[in-house]
Design a protein around this ligand. Structure first.
Ligand code: ADP
Ligand code: MG
Length: 342
């Protein structure tokens, strides 16, 4: 699944951005954030995002059932709307299917997808269906809205802000590890694999954070805390440090990591697909935000780091107090890097 390749995702996105021309007068956000944003009226922005899941790259049929594939495709897109503080409305589905795809597979996929969308009041409003000569591809586009002043970009972090995450980190990639090793049976297996198969889009949390007016920058965690911190700080032109000893890694994820013979902090930093929200706010506002989220949504929220001036770079403070360069997160086409923690 994680193969060496002749191109790297972020280089390609940069190339596309350079060649894509200027934004229109009503476009507020183009390539480079979790969604685009377009001014519909003076008080409202329209948000649009899309994400594709490809068989053999994002999942494999023996261990990913069609309902979960549908749920996941919806959830990862809804998560991008959450990362802007928006509210999703409509979705458009592109399906590329091999000729041999069985009808029950398609029914289960669509039921999973539509079910997850409707949990958040989103309608499937269109799409396209094409033949694939190889793998299945599920590509979803989601449109939503946000109040004009309340959208949270990746660009607003300032030195001195604290960095916080919702929920727990590393469980999803532990789940992926277990799904790929079906014979590795541990008591928490089902709960851990569900976190990979069916991520929880943090829409209520994203809305509350946007409405608070205290959050300066936000991104959803698709590529691991390390990689997405890098993206948030690049967009904000800052540095940051992450405190490895403070990462919220659940007991279940630790048990799964032990069974998988890997370091749970590696999973939290580089594993990816947690779809939690990473955000920055001035430090005096952090305790209130943490309380508010817990009271209103039941979701825990943890301080995991601090925004620094850009010249101080991006580093990780290990549990033993040593500073190390921030590892890379997951990137399509890049080789895997691990083992930076003792
Ligand atoms: P996310 O992980 O939040 O879904 P991505 O890493 O996929 O974001 O993309 C980063 C940014 O680059 C987004 O603004 C996305 O819309 C844009 N982007 C990615 N691929 C393309 C592409 N092929 N064409 C145009 N924009 C792209
Ligand atoms: Mg995102």
């Amino acid at each position: 699944m994680r193969k060496k390749n002749s191109w790297q995702e972020f280089q390609i996105i940069d190339l596309i951005r350079q060649r894509s021309g200027r934004l229109g007068v009503r476009d507020q956000i183009g390539i480079g954030d979790d969604t685009s944003a377009h001014c519909v009226d003076p008080r409202k922005l329209e948000l649009i995002t899309c994400d594709a899941l490809v068989e053999g790259v994002h999942w494999e049929s023996p261990w990913c059932d069609p309902e979960s594939l549908g749920v996941k495709s919806a959830a990862v897109n809804l998560s991008d709307i959450a990362a802007m503080g928006g509210t999703p409305q409509r979705a458009f589905l592109v399906l590329a299917l091999p000729a041999k795809t069985a009808r029950p597979f398609i029914i289960r996929l669509i039921d999973g997808l539509v079910g997850e969308l409707s949990r958040f009041g989103v309608r499937l409003a269109g799409g396209d269906t094409v033949l694939s000569p190889g793998p299945i591809m599920v590509s979803l586009t989601v449109q939503g809205t946000a109040a004009a002043g309340a959208v949270i970009r990746r660009t607003g972090a300032r030195p001195g802000d604290l960095l916080l995450v919702t929920g727990e980190l590393g469980t999803a990639s532990a789940g992926l590890g277990l799904l790929r090793r079906p014979r590795l049976r541990i008591p928490v297996r089902d709960r851990v694999v569900q976190r990979w198969l069916r991520p929880l889009p943090r829409l209520r949390e994203g809305n509350l954070l946007a409405q608070s007016g205290k959050v300066r920058a936000m991104i959803d965690l698709s590529d691991g805390l390390a990689g997405d911190t890098r993206r948030l700080t690049q967009a904000s032109q800052t540095g940051a440090c992450i405190f490895a000893s403070q990462l919220p890694v659940s007991l279940e994820a630790r048990m799964a990591a032990r069974a998988l013979k890997c370091n749970p902090l590696d999973l939290a930093l580089c594993g990816g697909e947690d779809y939690e929200l990473l955000f920055s706010c001035p430090s005096p506002h952090a305790p209130k935000l943490i309380n508010k989220l817990r009271k209103r949504t039941g979701t825990i929220c943890t301080v995991v780091g601090k925004i620094l001036p850009q010249r101080e770079g991006l580093y990780l403070t290990r549990p033993d107090g040593c500073r190390v360069d921030m590892p890379s997160g997951w990137e399509h086409g890049a080789s895997e890097k691990r083992d930076f923690l003792p």
